[in-house]
Design a protein around this ligand. Structure first.
Ligand SMILES: *[C@@H]1O[C@H](CO)[C@@H](O)[C@H](O)[C@H]1NC(C)=O
Ligand SMILES: *[C@@H]1O[C@H](CO)[C@@H](O)[C@H](O)[C@H]1NC(C)=O
Ligand SMILES: *[C@@H]1O[C@H](CO)[C@@H](O)[C@H](O)[C@H]1NC(C)=O
Ligand SMILES: *[C@@H]1O[C@H](CO)[C@@H](O)[C@H](O)[C@H]1NC(C)=O
Length: 449
């Protein structure tokens, strides 16, 4: 079967081979023709009248044409039967083509996130592919990059996303369950400030250099709910303690131990994550490192740092875990800004569409290219804001820390339009206060801060 196709294929495509050079040399690594010319032609069936070719055998006996699928050597027809090259023998061509590549029957090929197989069709073989929507859509990337004045940001093909389905991306690269209705009605806190006194630009990583959690990579685990909660709490511990309790808190502590109504690597509710942190506190990252999977809770769910088997910090008299006050919600753009200047990064929920996965840089706005495809909620950390002159004039943006690694976006961050509730990013913004002992707070004051 293979050989019949191979024959037709070689005969029919040799000219293409030469002209387009579209086949790799090693595709034909074990074809060392001529075949029948070397070993001779045999009458009837003779199993030894064969040569290895492409991992199998081809035959130069008459019997090779009497099997249902013939396995004659490529030059059997011309050499043994006198059917002149390059005229192909009668019968259907058995094989498919995929982007200039020839496929044998039953051969499979991976087309981004879809597996294709060359199957026997009614008349001739057909290439049947799975029909998944892929996480990376080359069309979207090209359209966005061709129209910078339209979209305002650039896109790229991330190798870590290539080959995955959009479904997988939404399930394992996000991980925030939509806010429940009673949480959405949580009243925003009231703040008294002069909006005009807010700076035009602000970047927590510069203002509190060294105290802001770096960019993390959640891997294929829908844990943004835990990562963003732990990171916002960590940042605030560092900021409010003025560096005395600079700590990286454990997201795995939440993933593994905050299991009530939560779904570990399949997503979690933010209000519950904060309630857990408030009630039991978190341990630090070294004590319960991130493993990006649903590992069981290997520490005591509650108790002191010691009860979790953690090393006690040398820089403070802390014995208990890192707890926080009740989470509060911030109501609008300027309230969010004011909050960040006072206490540090905040947690935001964003509705993620397919195009964000391919974001490479610029000020993100939802494009019209993926509106009808699967979406999901994700939580991130707003760490600052700014303004930039663009094709469309001065545009305001938030600077946001994502959890898809440093290679993604602008060194792990992305900027997104500010003041227009882009992808709902301003709808559900949360923060909480760290619990820092008076002694530590006072020691800061004594140090002259
Ligand atoms: C191959 O075999 C079939 C059936 O035995 C026969 O009809 C056909 O003519 C043969 N083809 C050639 C080129 O001899
Ligand atoms: C292709 O796969 C089908 C179904 O699995 C099988 O019946 C057939 O023998 C295979 N053909 C070849 C050439 O491997
Ligand atoms: C995207 O990246 C993957 C992995 O690096 C690569 O295999 C693929 O060919 C790229 N796709 C396009 C359309 O450039
Ligand atoms: C945001 O809300 C505060 C009250 O919390 C209000 O004073 C302020 O004007 C609002 N800002 C905007 C931009 O709507």
């Amino acid at each position: 079967m293979i050989l019949k196709f191979l024959l037709c294929f070689i005969l029919a495509s040799l000219p293409i081979l030469v002209v387009a050079n579209s086949f790799k040399d090693d595709d034909f690594a074990d074809i060392r023709g001529p075949y029948c010319e070397n070993i001779g032609c045999c009458r009837e069936r003779k199993d030894s009248c064969s040569v290895p070719v492409l991992g199998t055998l081809c035959y130069c006996d008459e019997f090779c044409n009497s099997t249902r699928v013939d396995d004659c050597c490529p030059d059997y027809w011309s050499h043994c039967r006198g059917i002149p090259y390059p005229q192909p023998p009668p019968g259907p061509v058995i094989g498919c083509t995929y982007r200039d590549r020839a496929l044998f029957l039953n051969q499979t090929v991976q087309d981004n996130c879809n597996k294709c197989v060359c199957e026997r069709g009614a008349n001739e073989p057909v290439l049947r592919c799975e029909q998944n929507v892929c996480l990376v859509d080359t069309n979207i990337i090209e359209t966005i990059n061709r129209n910078p004045e339209n979209y305002g940001w650039t896109a790229t093909n991330y190798s870590q996303f290539w080959g995955h389905t959009l479904e997988e991306g939404v399930q394992y690269r996000l991980g925030t369950l939509p806010p429940q209705r009673f949480v959405m009605t949580m009243n925003p806190v009231k703040r008294i400030y002069d909006p005009n006194s807010l700076p035009r630009e602000f970047d927590s990583t510069e203002v509190w250099s060294g105290l802001i959690t770096g960019i993390q990579d959640q891997g294929w685990c829908g844990s943004s709910w835990a990562i963003s909660t732990a990171a916002v709490a960590s940042d605030r511990y560092g900021i409010v303690s003025k560096g005395k309790e600079a700590v990286k808190l454990s997201a795995q502590n939440l993933i593994s131990c905050d299991t009530q109504g939560q779904q570990s690597c399949s997503g979690g509710h933010l209000d519950r994550a904060w309630s857990f942190t408030k009630a039991y506190g978190l341990v630090d990252e070294d004590c319960f490192p991130y493993v990006a999977r649903n590992e069981r809770c290997t520490i005591k769910r509650r108790g002191s740092l010691e009860s979790a088997g953690c090393r006690l910090p040398s820089f403070s008299d802390r014995r208990g875990r890192y707890t926080v006050g009740p989470a509060y919600r911030l109501g609008n753009e300027t309230d969010i800004m004011y909050e960040i200047t006072k206490s540090g990064p905040v947690q935001a929920t964003i509705k993620v569409y397919q195009d964000l996965f391919s974001y490479a840089g610029g000020i993100y706005k939802l494009s019209d290219l993926a509106l009808n495809k699967k979406q999901g909620y994700h939580s991130v950390r707003i760490i600052g804001w700014g303004e930039e002159k663009t094709y469309r004039g001065i545009e305001k943006y938030w600077k946001v820390a994502n959890s898809w690694g440093m290679d993604w976006g602008e060194e792990g961050y992305f900027r997104i339009a500010r003041g227009t509730n882009e992808c709902e990013i301003e709808s559900f913004v949360l923060a909480s206060w760290p619990h820092i002992s008076r002694r530590i707070l006072l020691s800061n004051e004594i140090n002259g801060n």
